[in-house]
Design a protein around this ligand. Structure first.
Ligand SMILES: Nc1ncnc2c1ncn2[C@@H]1O[C@H](COP(=O)(O)OP(=O)(O)O)[C@@H](O)[C@H]1O
Ligand SMILES: O=P(O)(O)OC[C@H](O)CO
Length: 496
């Protein structure tokens, strides 16, 4: 009986269940989008029960469509949109508020207060992050402060906190496991990435009771078995978990120090493996845990871009310029340039290297001749410019000049974007055969825990390239285009 690993990739816009075989190939995918809630400007929320429903639906879909039986699944790996915060009642399992999404800015006022009190260095020293509404800590506090009765219940030990991995493991195991992994814990602003413990001093400052927090485990480990009714009478080990960006780093087999990947999904996240040493950034990058594996942890440097593929969704759903995000490629290729148009998609502020929560999106350089094609092209180009901002910071902090960049995520199907990316970075861009590297990374972590794959060497040998995009632009053009982008960002930041 052939066995598979089931990976559950719970992203910002959709949930996917993917079956992988021993060769690391995709056997079948089932995907379901769910509702994005925007209750106020800058706020983004999800319904945690709708997320759970979407995960159950894709599990059922992938099994029935592929004809794979539950007993053929050797283990389950979970990967998730990170930082997104769920607080639920321990007894009833009912979330007390919507999941507050990583992009949401509703706690930026609280972050300003913490910064004014001078806490930034303390948080940075202990967590590798900086004080920003992006991370879970202030989101938990917001729920406890704004949901009636929540703080008291939390102090009585009746509420649980989790990022989406924790929520899904808790649901899949019927409430038997309240756990997370090192990579997800390192995104909360509450976890000390050096002591590898929840930090009492930070919890005190944030006003979050320790009793709400999950146990932190390695990223490759059997946390619990699923309860039988979810899998048609069969228990399956939940054997791996990692935040989606760290999982993509793993799925891209970036196991050596200095190897990096960039994932183009809702946002865009570049991570560089820094091995067993945590590199502190001077250029607005985050120091984060890559994974816990083989009895130790490894670290990564990360550049976080908040709006990437979601800018295309904005063109599609907000401005109704596109029918599908993928149509952007032909529109962009229908013109030779943007003719000086720049889109700065700072819809929820800017992350690396600017860390400005108040800046808003802006468009520059419009003329009477500007067409939809120019507008779409400028939006796609903004993903590449933001990536260049991050890569420059990464090279400055690590002292490593990247020879190639491995890429993945929904938007890398866009060949125009990949060509332009390579041109603007002046670095070759490598797109692997398996684009579902996030899900693959979680599958690998689970597969290692249950002996499905032997070791990281076996995994690294499975990585294969689909297409390499080589830079062709002249240096003069590259510099001119990029300096226009810097001007546009500075102008957007000045408009507040
Ligand atoms: N061909 C394309 N060109 C540009 N963007 C795309 C394309 N296809 C998908 N996208 C964008 O990619 C994102 C989806 O990627 P995905 O990796 O599934 O994201 P997530 O994990 O954040 O949900 C969407 O924001 C969508 O707009
Ligand atoms: O949903 P994605 O793939 O854009 O990933 C979201 C990140 O995990 C946020 O930190």
């Amino acid at each position: 009986m052939e066995k598979y690993i089931l990976s559950l990739d719970q992203g910002t816009t959709s949930s996917r269940a993917i079956l992988f075989d021993k060769a690391g190939k995709v056997v079948h995918v089932s995907q379901k989008e769910f509702t994005q809630h925007f209750p106020k400007p800058g706020w983004v929320e999800h319904n945690a029960n709708e997320i759970w429903g979407s995960v159950l639906a894709v599990i059922a879909g992938v099994l029935s469509e592929s004809n794979v039986k539950p007993e053929q699944i050797a283990g389950i790996g979970i990967t998730n949109q990170r930082e997104t915060t769920v607080v639920w009642d321990k007894e009833t399992g009912i979330p007390v508020y919507n999941a507050i999404v990583w992009q949401s800015r509703q706690t930026s006022g609280n972050c300003d207060e913490l910064k004014e009190k001078g806490y930034n260095d303390l948080f940075r020293e202990k967590t590798g992050l900086l004080i920003d509404a992006y991370f879970s800590g202030t989101k938990v506090k917001w729920i406890l402060d704004n949901v009636e009765g929540a703080r008291q219940k939390a102090e009585e030990g009746k509420l649980l906190f989790g990022t989406i991995d924790t929520w899904l493991i808790w649901k899949l195991s019927g409430g038997r496991a309240h756990v997370t992994d090192y990579s997800n814990a390192s995104r909360t602003l509450m976890f000390n990435i050096y002591d590898l413990k929840w930090d009492e001093e930070l919890l005190e400052i944030l006003g979050v009771p320790a009793s709400m927090l999950p146990e932190v485990k390695p990223s490759s480990d059997v946390y619990a078995n699923t309860v039988t009714h979810h899998f048609f009478g069969h228990e399956i080990p939940i054997a791996g978990a990692a935040g989606d960006q760290q999982a993509a780093l793993f799925g891209q087999a970036c196991f050596e120090e200095g190897m990096a990947k960039n994932t183009y999904g809702t946002g865009c996240f570049m991570l560089m493996n820094t091995g067993e040493k945590a590199v502190k950034s001077e250029h607005g990058l985050l120091t984060t845990l890559a994974w816990g594996l083989n009895g130790k942890v490894e670290y990564a440097l990360e550049g976080s871009i908040f709006v990437a593929g979601s800018a295309l969704q904005w063109l599609r759903d907000g401005l109704r310029m596109l029918k599908h995000a993928s149509d952007s490629e032909s529109y962009a290729e229908n013109v030779d340039s943007t003719e000086g148009v720049y889109v700065v998609p700072a819809f929820v502020g800017l992350g690396t290297p600017y860390w400005d929560s108040d800046v808003r999106g802006a468009v520059f350089g419009l003329t009477r001749g500007t067409s939809k094609e120019h507008f779409v092209r400028a939006t796609l180009e903004s993903l590449a410019y933001q990536t260049r901002d991050v890569l420059s910071a990464m090279e400055a902090d690590s002292g490593i000049e990247l020879k190639t960049l491995r890429v993945d995520g929904g938007a890398v199907k866009n060949n125009f974007l990949m060509n332009f990316q390579s041109d603007i970075l002046n670095v070759p861009v490598e797109r692997p055969v398996v684009n579902e590297t996030t899900a693959l990374g979680a599958a690998y972590l689970a597969g290692l825990a249950v002996g499905y794959w032997a070791d990281q060497q076996e995994i690294a040998s499975q990585w294969a390239i689909d297409r390499k995009f080589e830079p062709k632009m002249t240096e003069e053009d590259r510099n001119q285009l990029y300096s226009g982008w810097k001007k546009a960002v500075n102008a957007a930041m000045a408009f507040k």
